[in-house]
Design a protein around this ligand. Structure first.
Ligand code: HEM
Length: 422
């Protein structure tokens, strides 16, 4: 899959991410203009729409149109697929589903196609639509390859072309290729939506950081327009160190996949970097693991270890990721795939979508922060981290679904909103 996630492919996506970001701010602008210049916007649902559209545009060259209220069948069947089935379950359904865990898989697997639970019905409807869309992409990419056309640039098409030139023995069949579409949607949509929501949450609660970030964005835009460029280039975006620090600090503090699970392939002894004292007073310097044993790795805990990040590990402070920040944690142990943050896993199964997500979030945040100012909504600021399919913001006083209401108004000296500023 690596060719599909190559940096040169991702560069091509920047203008598509930008398009989605502009469409989102356009919708928000309409809402706040109607509310007299300042309005409440529920961020998680909008970001879920924006990231689904961005995923469609870049990964499959497919228009979900969810920012236009989801006219595509796939978008309708996918919308809130996991969170709905997670929360809208009666006690008997939870009991029924829990029973499966005690049945042999060989018995359960053939039944999954027919079981009438709400969750499985929705997953089956989604799979039907996803397969239709994926089959179309696979056929088009195959045709382009045979006719020697350069073809489409989305991730799936690049993946299909790379696969066609593979050794026939290791090639994926069409069915496996189509399954990748579902993997991308599950792995890359809600994850980015939740992380961007957390980012806006922290910016709303830290107005001085929000202003500093906006200043950096505008300064970079001024430099680009002095060069005669209308849009920011990839290099411009890469040069925005404060934006990167804001994103990294959010990913550190809000690891939206908090725990990974691994199964030991053989008996092993894991050495500990620091000895641990158990409740009975024994000192452990290593942990023995038996073959087949399940090991849980807490990414969220590592990201908040005081021994790694310093005494303010629980505080959101982007400055810790700036090179010139003297007080930034300089950890002795290096872990993960980006700046010692565990959020994307580590090693050969770490997140393949890391650069994709960085580029997407950069494009969204640049647009969002340049155009609007964000603040908590009085009386609706009791935000907690809730375990849904990923860890998302939710109101403590109104639990049941993702929610991040924020007060949104035009940012000072905001331009480019069809004359809507001032
Ligand atoms: C903030 C956003 C994201 C987070 C926090 C995240 C996190 C992770 C983590 C922790 C893993 C490792 C799972 C494991 O080791 O068991 C992973 C794997 C993966 N991610 Fe992401 N991810 C994000 C965005 C994306 C995006 C945007 C895509 C695709 C466009 C993506 C595609 C994948 C895929 C395909 C894998 C499986 C890799 C493998 O098994 O070899 N992710 N992700």
């Amino acid at each position: 899959m690596l060719p599909a996630f190559h940096f040169s492919t991702l560069r091509l996506f920047l203008h598509r991410f930008r398009f989605v970001a502009e469409k989102t701010t356009d919708r928000w602008n309409k809402i706040i203009q109607k509310a007299g210049g300042k309005g409440e916007i529920e961020m998680t649902s909008w970001l879920s729409k924006a990231t689904l559209d961005a995923m469609g545009e870049t990964a499959f060259d497919y228009k979900f149109d969810s920012l236009d209220d989801g006219h595509s069948e796939l978008s309708k069947s996918y919308s809130n697929l996991i969170s709905d089935s997670f929360f809208k379950r009666s006690d008997w359904k939870i009991f029924f589903e829990a029973l499966w865990l005690y049945l042999p898989w060989l018995l359960v697997l053939p039944l999954i196609k027919f079981l009438p639970t709400q969750q499985l019905k929705r997953i089956r409807a989604y799979m039907k639509e996803a397969r239709k869309a994926a089959a179309h992409i696979v056929q088009t990419a195959n045709k382009d390859y045979i006719s020697g056309k350069e073809g489409r640039k989305d991730i799936m098409s690049t993946l299909i072309r790379a696969n066609l030139s593979e050794d026939p023995k290791t090639k994926l069949d069409d069915d496996s290729l189509m399954s990748q579409m579902t993997t991308f949607m599950f792995a890359g949509h809600d994850t980015t939506a939740a992380t961007t929501s957390w980012c806006l949450y922290h910016l709303a609660n830290n107005p001085e950081v929000q202003k500093k970030l906006r200043d950096e964005i505008r300064q970079t835009r001024r430099k680009a327009s002095a060069r005669g460029d209308f849009e920011l280039s990839v290099q411009d975006i890469e040069s925005m160190k404060y934006l990167a620090a804001v994103m990294k600090e959010t990913m550190r503090l809000n690891a939206i996949i908090p725990v990974l699970q691994r199964q030991a392939g053989r008996d092993e002894v894991i050495p500990l970097s620091t000895p641990v004292k158990t409740k009975s007073g024994d000192i452990l310097t290593s942990i023995p693991i038996s073959k087949g044993q399940i090991v849980y790795l807490s990414l969220a805990l590592y990201n908040r270890l005081k021994s790694v990040w310093g005494d303010d590990a629980d505080k959101w402070r982007p400055e810790r990721f700036l090179d010139d920040d003297e007080s930034a944690a300089k950890p002795k142990i290096k872990f993960g795939v980006i700046s010692n943050i565990a959020t994307f896993g580590s090693g050969m199964r770490s997140c393949i979508g890391l650069d994709f997500r960085m580029t997407e979030m950069q494009a969204l945040l640049i647009e969002f922060v340049d155009k609007f100012e964000y603040a908590p909504v009085p009386g609706k600021d009791d935000i907690i981290a809730a375990p849904q399919n990923v860890i998302s913001p939710m109101l403590k006083s109104d639990q049941g679904h993702n929610q991040l209401p924020l007060l949104v108004s035009l940012a000072p000296d905001s331009e480019d909103l069809n004359g809507a500023s001032d």
